[in-house]
Write a protein that binds this ligand. Structure first.
Ligand SMILES: *C/C=C(C)/C=C/C=C(C)/C=C/C1=C(C)CCCC1(C)C
Length: 243
């Protein structure tokens, strides 16, 4: 029992300064992800079976984030530095699941697995190159950020104009509406992340004027709460509308 407690309580008992907004957003983000997971999992069976997998994936996204936030929150309290490793492990699992959501809601309209894999592939390139720039080759952050940004724009293209957009238009009704809302999340909500990246990796790069302008982790934490919970709620709304 004592071992178990020391395992889960590494740093949570430390005193947190009231002005420590990074810790604040880690704690509140952690709790929000847990609450959202409970909400999605518990509501799952009240929907028609054709929506259950989508709601399940919504819950998995926030649940995976909740677990990583649990660690990141402690890591930050202990070390006062960015939990970059946990951050990217979280993203590499949750972002592809968000691509799966696009596939799931468009499946009835004829979405193919290859469309899904293409989005997963592109988002993986986006995250792996972002990790290189942030953690492995920070002196070349601008180059890695550019490659990552290109992959991001191809994702935006695919869902707004490419194959996924055409399927959504063909599906019409509440599916098309939900797809459009998710598209806005990717265009605007996901754009929060490159801002965090530039603020955190600006040293010696063309965007050095942004270096330290805000706290990278606060920006990422806000982005995660908006995007992960927001995405899930769009899917929830779709399921509730077309029960
Ligand atoms: C739940 C987590 C989400 C939705 C994470 C999304 C992350 C991104 C869209 C990150 C994008 C990046 C760029 C477009 C360029 C700079 C590097 C990244 C990885 C921060």
């Amino acid at each position: 029992m004592e071992n178990f407690l020391s395992l889960i309580n590494v740093a949570a008992v430390k005193e947190v300064a009231v002005t420590d907004y990074v810790s604040f957003t880690f704690f509140i983000g952690c709790m929000a992800m847990m609450a959202a997971s409970a909400f999605f999992f518990l509501s799952m069976n009240s929907f028609d079976s054709k929506w259950r997998t989508s709601i399940l994936v919504s819950g998995l996204i926030t649940f995976i984030a909740a677990v990583h936030y649990w660690y990141m929150r402690d890591y930050y309290l202990e070390t006062n530095s960015s939990p970059t490793f946990f951050r990217y492990v979280d993203w590499i699992l949750t972002v592809p699941l968000m691509c799966v959501e696009f596939y799931l809601i468009l499946k009835a309209a004829g979405a193919t697995k290859s469309m899904m894999w293409r989005l997963i592939f592109l988002s993986t390139i986006m995250l792996v190159t972002g990790y290189f720039g942030e953690a492995v080759y920070p002196a070349q952050a601008q180059i890695w950020g550019l490659i990552s940004g290109i992959a991001y724009f191809v994702v935006v293209y695919d869902i707004w104009i490419g194959g996924a957009a055409k399927l959504a238009a063909a599906a019409g009704g509440s599916v098309e509406k939900a797809h459009k809302t998710l598209c806005w999340f990717v265009l605007v909500g996901w754009a929060i992340y490159p801002i965090g990246y530039m603020v955190g990796t600006g040293e010696g790069q063309w965007y050095s004027f942004l270096d330290g302008a805000a706290d990278m982790d606060v920006i990422y934490n806000i982005g995660d709460a908006i995007n992960k919970i927001g995405f899930g709620l769009v899917v929830y709304q779709l399921a509730a509308e077309s029960k």
